[in-house]
Ligand binder design. Sequence first.
Ligand code: GLC
Length: 750
Amino acid sequence: MQRQYAFFILLLSILISCKPTMSQMSSIDDKVDQLLQKMTLEEKIGQMNQYSSFYDITGPAPKDGSAKTRYDQVKSGQVGSMLNVLGTEQIRKLQQIAVEESRLGIPLIFGYDVIHGYKTLTPIPLAETASWDLEAIEMSARNAAKEAAAAGINWTFAPMVDISRDARWGRVMEGAGEDTYLGCRVAEARVRGFQGDDLNSTSSIAATAKHFAGYGFAESGKDYNTADVGLSTLYNVILPPFKAAMDAGVRTFMNSFNELNGIPATGDVFLQRDILKGEWGFDGFVVSDWGSITEMQDHGYAANGREASKLAAIAGSDMDMESSLYVEHLKDLVESGDVDETLINDAARRILKVKYELGLFDDPYKYCDASREKSIIGNDEMLAGSLEMALKSIVLLKNENGVLPLAKSGKNIAVIGQLANDKNSPLGNWRGHVDANTAISVLEGLQSHSTNTYTYEQGVKLFDGEESFIRHINVNTTDDSGIDEAVAAAKGSDVVIMVLGEHGYMSGEGRSRANINLPGFQQELLERVHSVNENIILVLMNGRPLALDWADKNINTIVEAWHLGSRSGDAIAQVLFGDYNPSGKLPVTFPRDVNQVPLYYNYKNTGRPGPIEMVFWSHYSDQSNDPLYPFGYGLSYTTFEYSNLNVAESSDGLRVSVTLSNTGKYTGEEVVQCYIRDKFASVTRPVKELKGFKKLGLEAGESQEVVINLSKADLSFYNNQGKLIFEPGEFEIMVGGNSADVLVETIEMK
Ligand code: GLC
């Protein structure tokens, strides 16, 4: 017996040592191919079909109506994905139907808009970008992924990487601002954060680069409007953040509602086949935006739903979000020869591949752990992360007379403005699954971080009626009662903190504004309070740049606090009291007036840059060309000085060095920004372009050499054939703490 046992152990150890390595196990591609061979045409088309949550499956499954049809389609394998189904209980129930009741048991992939947090909200993406802290931005996305994955979500429709130069566009809040280089770095950080190191992990979710492409260039800043851009803008401004997201490993793209140069993006072969899947070699899948396939009829590009399905499938839109047109028409289109089945196979393959990468075939219920959901969502780690991101996102715009930091005791302070006591607006738009009215308000933050005496007055009502995700906020433009009470409170106060700006739902999708002033009676309120007490600290709560010319001229202290998410009031208080020295820098230009828009820092010089005595140069007769606050601008409680700019050729480009000195009284962080100008080129180049930055902290009195290395690629540009080229010649290299105040050196590049 003993000898047999020994032989068995020997044999077992030999077998184990021969276990196939990972690479010998059939790869995901092999598994996908094997599965595809078993699938019917309808089942492959089913993978290309995505529905939004159509019923509450915690209750009995619907017995009638479209929900019943859709429920049956899940059972028959004609649904590949669902969105807006939330929580492990609901998701598990739907997954069970797909996995245990359909013929092949292919798991669904569950998507959701986790834009700046799932349940614990961080600042809106534009605000996070204002931190210029890529590690913090990555961590913010990481936490959002952990919470969303704990709730059963496998896939987020983020990051939105649309560059925009138009403050009127509501969705400027959702992206990384006006600059391509910063947009690329933030896109990479967010993709890394959402997807983590291992997409198979239950704390990772697939990410989406959206909206491909040109959505942020909607004419006149009107959402969904026509985008018509030249190839140079397309290649040099719009596309790079998408390419950066892809190179960072993003697994899905979402196309955009707009037409680009006459072709709806959803049906654009040039964008999705030639560039994305062809030249770039993207191997994930493209989901349409909500109904964008059917909307090609409204665009005047498809005569009917069948035509729209054909055009979208041929153009490489792999999954149909909520048009229901693929399940309706694709089978017939294939059988009639209008759409080649290879396109269906390719789309289904891409979708199945991502599902395999997420581990959904190994364990379709891996994201449905109710105990993990309970322990992760809203926990201290999430709340601490939200506060840290909020602190870093705040931008100090003005602090004359050094009113800030504020004392924590002994002061009699009037707090004025409905937004000061608002626990909802700070959550911003695209607020995931957060409960309404759960943000820490400014008033709460002030009270919990200090012992000053506070008197709150609403001043004026900013909006009437209920707050709505699907309707415009009804801004109050008729009732200015309350100003007198606010003025009275301000009169006797040492300091007045005024919180003014936009409701959280005044920016975001479908919320473009033709006017970007302070909405409602807030400007009147500000001026009336100022008339009795000039010691005002203006805290802005907004989702886009606002036109603040009067405020800049008359208010000594202005803080840009955006919509900062769940810990908003804590972060604002900690900055006002100096517990945190503000370090944010604007990712968007703030115009003086909406009529300057689109206004951005990296503009072209034109043939008549002026200024000259006569009128014949590029300018307005009634407004400056200059912004109120430039891209990259932000102050600190301390001061920084730049000196010794040195530019030298390196093996691969340029070595740029500068001495940064903290010349103030506080430890603080600064974002050292490096811009270039390619003076003469075969395609005109902007007067300056951000090509590198470093955020670093210095003690009061400390100096440090900061080095930024620029590669030849950083000095290159895309020509109108989409080719990245470097052209020797004269370059200006600029370094500073914002895009306007820079040291300049010129160098001749060979
Ligand atoms: C919306 C948005 C898109 C979002 C999708 C799902 O219309 O344009 O960004 O991801 O529908 O909610």
